[in-house]
Design a protein around this ligand. Sequence first.
Ligand SMILES: C[S@@+](CC[C@H](N)C(=O)[O-])C[C@H]1O[C@@H](n2cnc3c(N)ncnc32)[C@H](O)[C@@H]1O
Length: 286
Amino acid sequence: MTHEQGIPLAKLIDEARGLLGGDADAMVDIRSLVTQLAGLDRARQLMEPERLLPSAMAERLRSAFERRAAGEPVAYITGFKPFWRHEFQVTPATLIPRPETEHLLEWALEKIPLEQAVTVADLGTGSGVLAISLAFERPQAQVFGCDLSFEALQVARQNERRLCYQSTLPIGWLQGSWCGMFKQESLDVIVSNPPYIRLDDPHLNVGDLRFEPQTALVAQDEGMADYRQIIAQATTRLKPGGWILFEHGYDQAKAVAECLIQHGFASISHRTDLAGQERNTAAQRR
Ligand SMILES: C[S@@+](CC[C@H](N)C(=O)[O-])C[C@H]1O[C@@H](n2cnc3c(N)ncnc32)[C@H](O)[C@@H]1O
């Protein structure tokens, strides 16, 4: 096999196994990198192992396998992560969206009537996954995506442009802290997946979290500081009867609920994730 003819896919996969190991998780990553970087879906990878890849593509894949072996998340290597109905661009300035955040989106959609022109804020929008998915699903809604990070908002804007959203109203992208930019009683619904990991949580030194922005992950006050700020501000920014919906850590449902009660919220309820842990809380302003 000469270099000019290309490198067989099977040889590259063997090299990747040598770097990453051959366990199930490593194989998912290897297949996923080949799918996204070489444009070969899993079925074609399995059916055409002797397929020759041009040497430039082979080098690109080798570099991707090396980055993955050094611990870098697949999503930062490919630059994309699927969420709900779309592929979203992600960069080291944004959190990599997690599948469980789709539960928060589903719950928010239940609170937002399809035909009503409600105003919705996604606080801590990151790559814009919640704001953009909400705008797609509820084209009559005026959606705002807010973040403290200018770099994250740039990624969110690019995602909106690339995905060519079909909502009637453009998404409003706002830089600032939590609800600070909104007028009194201007919002019908707030959704937020704020930073909630404790400063001393050892998980911060393991896996993908090592590569994600600390400002998207970590919160003071046992991980509760941002919930406390958002809830205090939401008491005046939400309209009476408006809803606030959070994602939070598996052990924070009680503390979030207590804070909501202290600030006079009603109809507080929780939802569990697939592992049975309470990961979402919703409440209504009286
Ligand atoms: C856990 S990430 C959530 C990103 C995205 N919503 C998602 O679910 O994938 C939290 C986001 O909150 C933003 N953030 C942190 N502090 C903030 C603040 N004071 N005001 C607004 N956004 C903030 C971070 O920049 C980050 O994008």
